[in-house]
Design a protein around this ligand. Structure first.
Ligand code: NAI
Length: 320
């Protein structure tokens, strides 16, 4: 059996921790010894209104169980104030779980700029503001763990969620770069893609699935990702139902579109090679932009040497 994972002297901020997934994360972190800032604005699922009640209820529950927690009622857009709450109450900050979220679902033709901006702001700008406020502490102590919350709606799209899908993919981009900028300082950033029963999903998911999607089954995955022992960085981890897996972006081997470096490419060349360009049978994952540009050299070499048949070769099939 694994020794229990503890968060002794670690301070964790969970945004949107008054309900749903955030609440489950806050309770589990606190039960493992972390001091928790329970942030929640307490508005509606569309982002209207505010109330201190739900954050207070989670703080009370943590304290009743013997844990350490304080409430914060700021919007994530006031990220610096949330970080200040952690510093004032506990003297440090180690973990940020960017979880707060709202929905403003509308089919694309009916989506207003307000629906767009509100969703981008709470998800993407909120994560930017709070994480940037914590970053100098992470750099100084050479330690930090960050979670951003994306969605299958971003990865695959979902009818009526153009604003939300865009925001969730924006968070993946943010996390990809934070993972690179933080790596040498032991600041790790990972992406969680949850599917859980909450007020955001109560009218979307069928009841027999809904009841199996307890947020408490995802919290251990997030807590592990935020532990000092966890070396994962820059990964997309999906979790639901008491299951977890890792997602990767993959790219096809592709096809060279011209016979040599002095030739041009016409739209007809692309049309002719389309099935090879989009053939995913030899697709693979790249770990970095450097790996992708490294492949350009292979392609240039092949074009220089003529070591492929432009009519029929898929260059990467030959190179690997
Ligand atoms: P929820 O609505 O139960 O919890 C979100 C919490 O965030 C609420 O308590 C709300 O008051 C708070 N919040 C909203 N705007 C805020 C702001 N500006 N500042 C501070 N707090 C704010 O929803 P749930 O399902 O627990 O969602 C948590 C996260 O997981 C969200 O980012 C959501 O987009 C994401 N997610 C959830 C999925 C699910 O299946 N439940 C699927 C994919 C992603």
């Amino acid at each position: 059996k694994q020794p229990e994972l503890r968060f002794v002297d670690r301070v964790v901020i969970v945004t949107g921790a008054g309900a749903g997934l955030g609440r489950a994360y806050a309770l589990l972190f606190a039960s493992r010894g972390a001091s928790v800032v329970v942030n929640d604005l307490g508005g509606s699922r569309h982002g209207d209104g505010s109330s201190s009640k739900i954050a207070d209820a989670v703080v009370n529950e943590i304290r009743k169980n013997g844990g350490k927690a304080v409430a914060n009622y700021n919007s994530v857009l006031d990220g610096a104030k949330i970080v200040k709450t952690a510093i004032d109450a506990f003297g440090r900050i180690d973990v940020i779980v960017n979880n707060a979220g709202i929905l403003r679902d509308k089919s694309f033709s009916k989506m207003s700029e307000i629906d767009w901006d509100l969703v981008q702001n709470v998800h993407v700008k909120g994560a930017f503001k709070i994480t940037q406020a914590a970053w100098p502490y992470f750099i100084k102590q050479r330690y930090g763990r960050i979670i951003v919350t994306a969605s299958n709606s971003g990865l695959y799209g979902n009818f009526g969620q153009a604003n939300y899908s865009a925001a969730k993919m924006g968070l993946i981009g943010l996390a990809n770069t934070l993972a690179i900028e933080g790596q040498s300082k032991n600041i790790h950033t990972n992406i969680i893609i949850p599917t859980a029963a909450s007020r955001l999903t109560e009218d979307v998911l069928p009841p027999e699935i809904f009841e199996q999607l307890k947020p408490e089954l995802i919290a251990p995955v997030v807590v592990w990702l935020c532990h000092e022992k966890c070396m994962e960085n820059g990964s997309i981890i999906e979790s639901a139902l008491g299951w977890a897996g890792k997602c990767h972006v993959i790219r096809s081997s592709g096809s060279v579109l011209r016979p040599d470096l002095s030739s041009n490419v016409t739209p007809e060349d692309v049309e002719e090679r389309w099935s090879a360009i989009t053939d995913m049978s030899t697709a693979k994952h790249f770990d970095s932009i450097a790996e992708v540009t490294g492949e350009f050299l292979v392609t240039i070499d092949a074009m220089k040497s003529g070591n492929f048949d432009p009519q029929n070769s898929v260059i990467a099939k030959r190179s690997y």
